[in-house]
Design a protein around this ligand. Structure first.
Ligand SMILES: Nc1nc2c(ncn2[C@@H]2O[C@H](COP(=O)(O)OP(=O)(O)O)[C@@H](O)[C@H]2O)c(=O)[nH]1
Ligand SMILES: [Mg+2]
Length: 318
């Protein structure tokens, strides 16, 4: 087993697509005994001196705002900008179980260069119909940030599930489209608090200029205490307008931040995992018997060991 893991890890490090996909499957698999296999993969990567240094970029927004179209252009541009750069795209799509999502995935993938190892695309089902991250998105990021310079997560954001991407990504972009006169919605949506930067896409549409000014105004209302308003990039994924500025912003992040924070995010996602698997009972056990996720992780020497230990505890005393 450990020989084949080493070989698989070695091939994944050279970004062989099949090997990356097989490793991802280990990180998506929620059966308890898989924690051990994940630990093995991470140990092999640690042994080779590979740290999770990839920058995690969140691209969120309502369906139809143009996230996938934008990403297919941005990724290709970012790859041609630097021929040592590598990017993984993780599309977390609530509809990806049904054919609509699969078709969209296929259409998106077609724009990607199929033999380009530096670009990897993966589609994941979302937790709920409302969007948000999938139960194993964090796990997969632990792997992908060790293999790629940048992990871009496309996620549908409609409200409450927004917090997850905030916790996971180093930088979050919210993609909006011109709303044709109903810009109060920018405020009502409540999601104006989440992103580090805004992308007003479809600026080729006539109503986009009015939308831009209203969005600017909403921003001051929603975030009156911010020292400076977050940037708003105006783009058209169709014509390519405005992509240069957005790409410069992305490149600045990819080249300077990333990875360091993933360990700090473990307690949040450990808590989420407990909630996903055991619901309120599990969350109660974690808090009352063990003093919370942070403490539990610290007492159990690593995420995988902690998962196995917690599963044992809950199963022993249901
Ligand atoms: N006019 C215009 N249409 C766009 C633009 N970007 C995307 N679209 C279209 O908007 C629709 C939804 O795009 P998609 O990328 O699937 O949105 P997603 O659901 O946010 O991933 C598609 O028909 C795209 O062709 C843009 O910049 N301008
Ligand atoms: Mg999409």
């Amino acid at each position: 087993m450990s020989d084949t893991t080493d070989e698989l890890v070695e091939r994944a490090r050279s970004l062989d697509k099949g090997s990356v996909a097989r490793l991802i499957s280990r990180f998506e698999d929620r059966r308890p005994h898989m924690a051990e296999h994940r630990a093995e993969v991470l140990a092999a990567l640690d042994g080779a001196g590979v740290a999770p240094t990839g920058t995690i970029i969140g691209v969120t927004g309502t369906p139809g705002s143009g996230k996938s179209t934008l990403l297919s252009r941005l990724t290709v541009d970012l790859l041609s900008d630097d021929d040592s750069r590598s990017i993984a795209v993780l599309a977390v799509d609530p509809s990806s179980q049904v054919s609509g999502g699969a078709l969209l995935g296929d259409r998106t993938r077609m724009r990607y260069l199929p033999d380009e190892r530096r670009l990897f695309f993966r589609s994941q089902a979302s937790e709920s119909d409302l969007g948000g991250l999938g139960p194993s998105t964090f796990q997969v990021c632990r792997l992908l940030t060790r293999l790629f310079d940048c992990v871009m997560i496309e996620t549908v954001g409609i409200g409450q599930s927004e917090a997850d991407i905030r916790h996971l990504a180093d930088r979050v972009y919210l993609v909006l489209q011109p709303l044709g006169g109903d810009e109060v919605q920018f405020l009502k949506a409540g999601i104006i608090e989440v992103p580090d930067a805004f992308i007003l896409n479809k600026c080729d549409e006539p109503s986009s200029s009015a939308s831009y000014h209203q969005l600017r105004a909403s921003m001051w209302l929603a975030r009156p205490f911010d020292e400076e308003a977050p940037p708003i990039f105006r783009t058209s994924a169709l014509t390519g307008e405005g992509l240069d500025e957005l790409e410069a912003d992305l490149i600045a992040r990819i080249d300077t931040i990333g990875g360091a924070g993933l360990r700090e995010r473990e307690p949040y996602f450990f808590g989420r995992w407990v909630d996903d698997e055991w619901g309120r009972h599990g969350v109660g056990v974690l808090r009352e018997r063990f003093g919370g996720a942070e403490r539990f992780l610290a007492d159990h020497g690593g995420y995988e060991t902690a998962q196995a230990a917690f599963a044992d505890e809950v199963l022993r005393q249901p």
